[in-house]
Design a protein around this ligand. Structure first.
Ligand code: ADP
Length: 768
């Protein structure tokens, strides 16, 4: 029976059944084969090349007897080299092949059993080899000690044979000859010859070692060995010299900074002193490849005229006037100063408000390359700064990798989610990042792998974050914060019409007019299918419609355009997910709607209070943080102290337990701004008078019942607006924030500024 699997050709190594073999693959066909096998069942056919010097290979130019092996591990050692570990399964004969998409060969391989031989004869050979082995064990470093004991204990002929061959370090052709042998006794006989020659080689080695030790000090010895190596290379006809000269010329032509060039030339010289199969050689090869791939000295020219840049910036986004204005100023200063000491911009806001897209637009406006790196969950300093190249599989850090991908030394570099950096015992990535961002240090940024400084001072770094609270303070100090807030429904509709629809239409291979979204339909998608501050969910919904239209068009090129309407929306997007209603649909006793700010935008939260016979205990649930718990206690104390004014019998507090709960119990909540909401719900529970369900509120409460200002009013107002709240109670001191409030919010929501809790209660509790 034959199986088909990708072909890997080795130049000077043989994979053997039962044996774990590690080798490096650098040729594209082999790398593709490894990848294809990894995606399939992991099996490969490994064969030795007929001619070691051939760069190209195919099924015709390898030995037809090879080994079916299973890939155990693959590590990337440089951009073009993989280190592959396989376990040999069985020897096999290549019987057929085909070429897959001009990227690798698939071969059919049939197991190749040994011809039947006389079992006694085979056993006799087996014992013969073991006897030879016992002779060599005492003098050979390769076959002595544990290796000998391990081999001597093996009973199965085939397993013994290949284990032995693997320990002997034979030239590939001789290993291949043993693999190809017709019968087991032939194979064992060949192995016996090898063990015999091992005896004489070991004797010789001992003699040389003794001589070397005796007569040479270290320098002399190195010199001697190097001369030997040269002589060997010469004998073998290796034309390393040409290669070496070419590489040196390439390095010099790269325009690297002097210090870097010196280092790379030094490492190249070191590499040529090693044999090409040694692990160190490969490490240096990988290093030199990396250094050659980096865009040393490549700088793109910035857009000549500022007005052209500004036009691109404005054209790419709707609204965001303040941000665009600030970025225009930034670009002007950048142009005049050449970027010296420019602050790092940090775009802060909920997801989907256009942070990433503003940054990429800055790159387009300047005519620079754009690269992006997400810092979310980066906890190991080495991800930023790389590993020393002495580690197996070491690579430069992600900053250097991104610069390589950018292809220039002055790209716009977006560091996404800087608020999600974490640190643990692996080192502190924030301090490594500080070195990257600090203009005083980043002209000599040192990646551990590169070992030489890299100048990052011309890179334009922009960072993004959802929330300022979790950005490490030293990083925050170096950045200028630009806040992007959530959009109103009208803004979302405009963004959708002008940007998202054309983008999705194009992305799905459609043409303008193939899908028609009216303003009303967009409005229904926004309110019925998304509940977010930004427009990412909206873009996803539009994309979903476009995909369906694409299916239709792919089926029939002249299909009618898809015209969306209120009636057919659910056939494209499924049932409405959200109803535009307050969470509370009727006035209730003990339940009030508060407004909260979260890193993903504003949100409403219902606070529930119930009272029951007890001993005056207070129970707070819903994963409330310390500040929120204290705020609840202050609210209770305030109401107790004013119980007469609200017609509550003060003795009731001693005989009643109060339970305050904030639903969605698994979500952590904290902050003081729910103070007045809790007070309202508590008072309602004690007076048994309901709270208006179409009122929402936000504000901190003091023990004296004063209402203190809060942050994030715009996001909170947008959240209230999204669920159709009419009146929003806000602290008097937040009145100034209303100047920045979008008109559409001011038209639809009645803001009630208050300075005392009393006014809150009168506005929110029915019949107080
Ligand atoms: P963020 O990085 O803030 O999470 P993105 O930049 O990924 O958000 O934005 C999500 C999508 O919304 C992108 O396709 C972006 O182009 C679009 N978008 C967001 N804000 C605007 C805007 N003001 N004008 C045009 N498109 C926008």
């Amino acid at each position: 029976m034959s199986d088909s699997m990708p072909l890997i050709a080795l130049k000077n190594n043989v994979a053997l059944p039962h044996i774990v073999t590690t080798f490096d693959v650098g040729r594209e066909k082999s790398r593709n084969a490894v990848q294809a096998a990894n995606m399939g069942n992991g099996l490969v056919f490994v064969a030795l090349q007929l001619n070691e010097d051939d760069e190209e290979f195919g099924p015709e130019t390898v030995h037809s007897t090879g080994c079916i092996a299973r890939i155990m591990d693959v590590t990337t050692i440089s951009s073009n080299n993989l280190r592959v570990t396989v376990t040999g399964l069985r020897r096999a004969e290549l019987v057929n092949y085909y070429f897959v998409g001009s990227s690798y060969y698939m071969v059919e391989a049939e197991e190749k059993p040994y011809t039947e031989d006389d079992p006694d004869m085979a056993e006799a050979y087996f014992r013969q080899v073991k006897t030879s082995l016992s002779k060599v064990a005492s003098i050979s470093p390769r076959l002595g000690g544990d290796t000998y004991r391990e081999l001597a204990a093996i009973r199965r002929h085939e397993y013994f044979l290949f284990k032995l061959v693997s320990k002997m370090d034979l030239p590939a052709e001789r290993g291949q000859a043993i693999l190809e042998a017709e019968s087991m006794q032939d194979a064992l006989s060949l192995a016996d010859d090898e063990v015999y020659s091992e005896i004489s080689i070991s004797q010789l080695e001992r003699k040389i070692a003794a001589n070397v030790k005796k007569s040479m000090d270290k320098n002399q010895r190195d010199y001697y060995l190097r001369e030997q190596l040269k002589a060997i290379h010469k004998e073998l006809g290796d034309d390393d010299e040409d290669d070496r000269e070419k590489l040196e010329a390439d390095i010099k032509a790269k325009g690297m900074p002097e210090e870097v060039e010196e280092k790379v030339l030094k490492e190249a010289a070191r590499m040529y002193r090693m044999t090409s199969s040694s692990a160190d050689y490969n490490v240096l090869r990988g290093y030199i490849d990396w250094m050659m791939d980096l865009p040393w000295g490549v700088y793109t020219e910035d857009t000549e005229k500022l007005s052209d840049a500004v036009e691109i910036l404005n054209g790419d986004h709707y609204g965001l006037e303040k941000i665009k204005e600030r970025i225009t100023e930034y670009l002007a200063v950048l142009k005049l100063t050449g970027g010296l000491n420019a602050p790092i911009l940090c775009l802060v806001g909920p997801p989907g408000v256009g942070k990433t897209s503003v940054a990429s637009s800055v790159a387009r406006a300047l005519g620079r390359k754009f690269v992006r790196m997400s810092l979310g969950g980066v906890r190991d300093e080495a991800e930023i700064r790389g590993h020393r190249k002495t580690y197996v599989g070491a690579m430069p850090g992600r900053i250097v990798t991104a610069i390589k991908n950018a292809g220039s030394m002055n790209p716009v570099f977006l560091l996404d989610e800087i608020d999600k950096l974490s640190s643990d015992i692996q080192g502190d990535p924030a301090s490594a990042l500080l070195e990257v961002l600090d203009p005083a240090q980043n002209c000599t940024f040192r990646d551990r792998y590169l070992e030489v400084p890299m100048d990052l001072s011309k890179v334009l770094f922009i960072t993004t974050a959802n929330s300022l609270d979790t950005i490490p303070a030293p990083l925050r100090d170096r950045m200028e914060i630009l806040s992007l807030e959530g959009y109103t429904e009208e803004e979302k509709t405009e963004i959708c019409k002008r940007y998202l629809v054309p983008k999705c239409v194009k992305r799905n291979g459609l043409e303008e007019g193939d899908v028609v979204f009216s303003d009303d339909v967009i409005g229904s998608i926004i309110t019925g299918y998304t509940l977010e501050a930004g427009v990412r969910g909206l873009e996803r919904q539009v994309d979903a419609v476009c995909r369906k239209a694409a299916v239709k068009k792919a089926d029939d090129k002249d299909a009618e355009p898809v015209v969306l309407s209120g009636d057919n929306l659910d056939t494209y997007l499924g049932k409405r997910k959200y109803e535009r209603d307050a969470y509370l649909t009727s006035d209730e006793v003990g339940a009030a709607t508060g407004l909260a700010w979260t890193s993903v935008g504003g949100t409403t939260l219902t606070i529930e209070v119930s009272t029951m016979a007890g001993k005056g205990n207070i129970l707070l649930t819903g994963k409330l943080g310390d500040v929120m718990q204290e705020s609840a206690k202050a609210a209770i104390s305030f109401i107790r102290s004013r119980s007469d004014d609200y017609g509550i019998d003060s003795s009731v507090f001693e005989t009643t337990d109060i339970h305050v709960h904030v639903p969605e119990g698994a979500t952590p909540k904290d902050g003081p701004s729910a103070g007045i909401t809790m007070a309202t719900a508590i008072l309602s529970a004690f007076t048994k008078k309901p709270v208006r369900h179409d009122v929402a509120m936000t504000g901190e409460i003091t023990l004296m019942g004063r209402v203190l200002p809060i942050g994030g009013l715009k996001e909170k107002a947008l959240a209230a607006y999204r669920i159709g709240i009419k009146d929003v109670i806000i602290p008097e001191d937040n009145k100034k924030d209303l100047d920045d409030m979008p008109e559409s919010i001011k038209d639809n929501i009645n803001f009630i500024p208050v300075s005392s809790a009393d006014t809150v209660f009168r506005n929110a509790i029915v019949g107080l």
